[in-house]
Write a protein that binds this ligand. Structure first.
Ligand code: AHG
Ligand code: MN
Ligand code: MN
Length: 321
């Protein structure tokens, strides 16, 4: 089966392939540490610091952020980085002549690190808007998702997999840790048009608007012809893992606005947008409950938004209002 970079050779420009090379290298380092949790680098537990969004940082959040940032700097092809874990975007001066900016959630599912449950890294890649040769500007990062050139995530789980798209279908690669490379396992993946799974943190049910409450009730009640349930609930608490299961099996993931998170909890630039790009490449779609996620024009780096994403039939059901 082709390796990641040989597969990309005919599908993306050399410069973008170098970006994927950096993601590959960094994710292999993070994956090795995740697999040795408790034995290698000290990645368990809280760091005792908060990120710009006032969330407790875990040691692995910060570790992963540093590993990816270093790989991007060394790639020679990434001029700027925005990360969940860093207040302001970084400018890599030594890469001023290059064209790409990247936005990452270096470690998604932090609350699952210490309990050995699947976690991930999410990335979104754009071309800069500022002139080549100069510093990056905020404009480079506040682009709507429909300008994205590539996106993906790495899931650190039963195996480590990279799921990505450069805008011509969605592909899944598995890491062979013995040989330090990713190999193709599924090409042009399509999400089932209908699904069985709804993924939502139901403890917030009382905060949901009437439409969403009705949708959840519909999922709870709906029966098939033979009287068995049509839907089941699954919620891991790692967007990457919940999204990945729904991508393969069919389903919907929702993180709406709640009393605790009035604008939603997930971040537009490095969570909702890349996942929406990916699901569209697989035949599904993502919204904030009203608007296609990829058409939202961002105003802030760490902007949050409600997120509905998944199989088209289930999405249509919740969107019909
Ligand atoms: P992160 O670890 O990057 O902060 O993201 C966590 C997100 C997402 O992955 C997950 O689906 C959601 O938070 C879970 O939130 P609740 O615990 O509120 O359900
Ligand atoms: Mn996250
Ligand atoms: Mn994170």
């Amino acid at each position: 089966m082709p390796t990641l970079l040989s597969f990309l050779e005919s599908r993306a420009p050399t410069e973008l392939n170098a970006v994927f090379g950096a993601i590959k290298d960094a994710s292999i380092i993070v994956s090795a540490e995740v697999n040795r949790a408790g034995l290698g680098a000290d990645i368990y537990g809280a760091k005792g610091t908060e990120n710009v969004q006032g969330e407790q940082q875990h040691k692995l959040d910060v570790y992963a952020d540093e590993v990816f940032a270093e790989a991007f700097r060394k790639s020679g092809q990434i001029v700027g980085l925005a990360s969940e874990e860093v207040d302001d975007a970084l400018f890599f001066e030594e890469n001023a002549e290059s064209d790409y900016v990247i936005m990452i959630d270096p470690l998604d599912g932090s609350s699952n690190i210490d309990v050995n449950v699947a976690i991930g890294t999410i990335f979104a890649i754009y071309k800069r808007r500022s002139p080549i040769g100069g510093p990056v500007s905020e404009d480079d990062f506040l682009q709507p998702g429909n300008e994205m050139v590539a996106a993906g995530y790495v899931s650190y789980s039963v195996s480590t997999q990279m799921v990505f798209s450069v805008g011509e279908g969605l592909h899944i690669f598995t890491l062979d840790p013995k040989h330090g490379d990713y190999h193709l396992v599924s090409e042009n993946v399509r999400i089932p048009s209908d699904g069985k799974v709804y993924s939502i943190n139901e403890v917030n049910y009382d905060d949901f608007d009437q439409n969403l409450q009705e949708f959840v009730q519909y999922c709870r009640d709906k029966r098939k012809g033979d009287g068995t349930r049509k839907y089941t609930g699954r919620y891991i608490g790692s967007l990457v893992a919940d999204f990945h299961r729904n991508l393969l099996k069919g389903g919907i993931y929702v993180y709406p606005s709640t009393v605790e998170a009035p604008k939603g909890k997930l971040r537009l630039l490095y969570e909702c947008n890349p996942m929406s790009f990916l699901v569209e490449q697989a035949g599904g779609y993502g919204t904030d409950g009203v608007t296609r996620t990829l058409d939202i024009v961002p105003t802030e780096l760490h902007q949050r938004c409600p997120f509905f994403v998944g199989s088209p039939v289930m999405m249509d059901e919740v969107m019909k209002g």
